[in-house]
Design a protein around this ligand. Structure first.
Ligand SMILES: Cc1cc2nc3c(=O)[nH]c(=O)nc-3n(C[C@H](O)[C@H](O)[C@H](O)COP(=O)(O)OP(=O)(O)OC[C@H]3O[C@@H](n4cnc5c(N)ncnc54)[C@H](O)[C@@H]3O)c2cc1C
Length: 479
């Protein structure tokens, strides 16, 4: 294994990924780490949950992470009032694993349920503000009669709820659901919507994917049933005080060995004697087993030896991740009090969907604003530099909202697509892909086990990540 690993390292060092990694990370001396029971790749929620569960069962675990921080797609912006989230936001009442971990680790949480409804989302189309009262009879309202009273952004949710064919949301991963793995566009069309209506309700500020054509209705129906199941009982919308990143930070701290950060993995090898993980800086980790929590687009650049099975490799290559770019804004003055309109906006500009964050512990004042650009709007913003992107969003904001002129600052812009450790927000399955790839991408390969939200079957988001880490840990315990 030793001589092979040197050959392997030399081969991997020749790859573009390794070169990029070596040039962008602060490197420690090249050396092979001593062998451990399990190496976990990625210190996001899924990898950390797997590591904690394995440690609890007596395994010796080493977590390695490519970034210079833990948390992955949990990213709290601690330099902005209220610590807005650039990644995972809300934890619902049904997030059993998440609630259990924050309780066990004693993390103080804020329940902001109801705050998102304090002010309504007002529509801005072609520079015109259209209030909720004006919308049902407004000339721009081209919706079918039965939907005219709904804001365009709610129409896909209403339609998908009305048409959901799944008896249980977990049926989405059952082979019998294959006939439902069609596009959201087809669902709209089958229910009499025109292309213009689909553009306004789905494509303008896509909830998932880049258009109704490239998103699986089966994924959306699963999402619909799952979200409903997460909302039972008292309304709950939890986030960690100090930012959700506090959660993975506490999880990492609870481990007996420190997470090795700045270790960008470029290759994973598995054979009868165990597994080796090779980093771009030349560090080699050896273990009996590996848990790989890497997002799918990142895995496209990882060299697996032996090669992954073809269906799995195809899924890794093809399942898209959601383009998402956020511009985080701070208002020097509450301009919404000056014009009397809502700070929450649904626009047809690059500012996309503007959400007023209310993250104070003791009051519901607006702490910051986030402009969410999704799908093609995110891709537009990603074409320009971060500073140009911030300026573009502010200028569009001020154009449609004159009272905001000179009142906005943009301390942060976050493109998830341009983030080399994520390359997108999360997996958004295209029509047909749930049936073809969902099971395959979570299967163990030799001594390599896979987790991450994209492999979760019964949950989504943070809870899905936790579920997947648990499943990977159980797979190892079962061997
Ligand atoms: C904008 C946004 C909003 C969201 N909103 C919500 C929400 O409201 N509710 C909800 O439940 N979920 C939400 N989510 C989803 C949730 O944040 C994710 O599902 C979850 O954090 C994913 O965890 P993970 O462990 O699967 O992946 P990750 O957190 O991505 O973990 C993978 C880890 O691998 C590391 N890594 C990547 N490449 C390498 C490499 N080459 N070598 C070594 N390490 C590497 C990464 O840095 C990362 O730490 C949101 C996500 C985003 C981005």
């Amino acid at each position: 294994m030793q001589s092979n690993s040197l050959t392997r390292r030399t081969a991997l060092a020749a790859t573009g990924a390794a070169v990029a990694a070596a040039s962008s990370l602060s490197t420690k001396p090249l050396r092979a780490q001593s062998k451990t029971d399990v190496v976990v790749i990625g210190a996001g929620l899924s990898g950390l949950n797997a590591a904690m569960l394995l440690e609890e069962q007596g395994y010796k675990v080493q977590v390695i992470e490519g970034r210079d921080r833990v948390g992955g797609r949990l990213l709290s912006l601690r330099d902005i009032p209220g610590n807005p989230e650039a990644g995972g936001n809300g934890i619902g009442s049904g997030y059993g694993r998440m609630i259990d971990i924050v309780e066990r680790l004693g993390i103080p949480m804020l329940n902001s349920a109801g705050r998102a409804q304090i002010t309504p989302f007002e529509l801005y189309l072609d520079g015109e503000r259209i209030s909720a009262e004006q919308w049902p009879t407004h000339a721009r309202n081209i919706l079918p009669e039965a939907y005219k009273a709904f804001s365009p952004r709610l129409v896909p949710l209403v339609l998908l709820r009305q048409t959901n064919p799944l008896a249980s949301f977990e049926d989405w991963y059952d082979a019998k659901s294959k006939p439902h793995d069609i596009s959201v566009y087809d669902v709209f069309k089958n229910n009499g919507f025109t292309d213009e209506q689909i553009d306004l309700t789905y494509n303008l500020n896509v909830p998932y994917g880049t258009s109704a054509h490239d998103i699986s209705a089966l994924m959306m129906w699963f999402n619909d049933g799952w979200v409903a199941s997460m909302e039972g009982g008292e309304p709950v919308q939890l986030s960690a005080i100090g930012g959700n990143m506090t959660i993975p930070e506490a999880m990492a701290k609870a481990l007996s060995s420190e997470v090795h950060i700045g270790r960008q993995v470029v290759g994973i090898r598995s054979d009868d004697s165990g597994a080796e993980v090779v980093c771009g800086d030349g560090t080699v980790y050896k273990a009996d087993r590996v848990v790989c929590s890497l997002p799918l687009p990142v895995m496209r650049y990882i060299k697996f030896d032996p090669y992954l099975p073809s269906v799995m490799a195809k899924g890794i290559a093809l399942v898209p991740y959601f383009p998402m770019t956020q511009v985080h804004l701070v208002a020097k003055e509450p301009f919404w009090e000056a014009d009397g309109w809502s700070p929450d906006m649904w626009t047809d500009t690059v500012a996309g969907h503007v959400i007023a964050n209310r993250h104070n512990v003791d009051n519901t004042d607006v702490t910051s604003l986030t402009a969410w650009a999704r799908g093609f709007t995110a891709l537009q913003l990603d074409q320009v530099s971060p500073e140009e992107g911030k300026a573009w969003v502010i200028s569009e904001f001020e154009r449609i909202r004159p009272s905001a002129k000179g009142k906005l600052e943009a301390p942060q812009i976050k493109s998830w697509l341009r983030d080399p450790f994520a390359n997108g927000d999360y997996a958004v399955w295209e029509p047909g892909q749930v049936t073809e790839f969902l099971h395959a991408i979570g299967q163990p390969h030799g001594n390599i086990h896979f987790c991450g939200e994209h492999t979760a079957l019964s949950n989504r988001g943070m809870e899905g990540a936790m579920e997947s880490g648990e499943r990977a840990a159980f797979e190892i315990m079962d061997t």
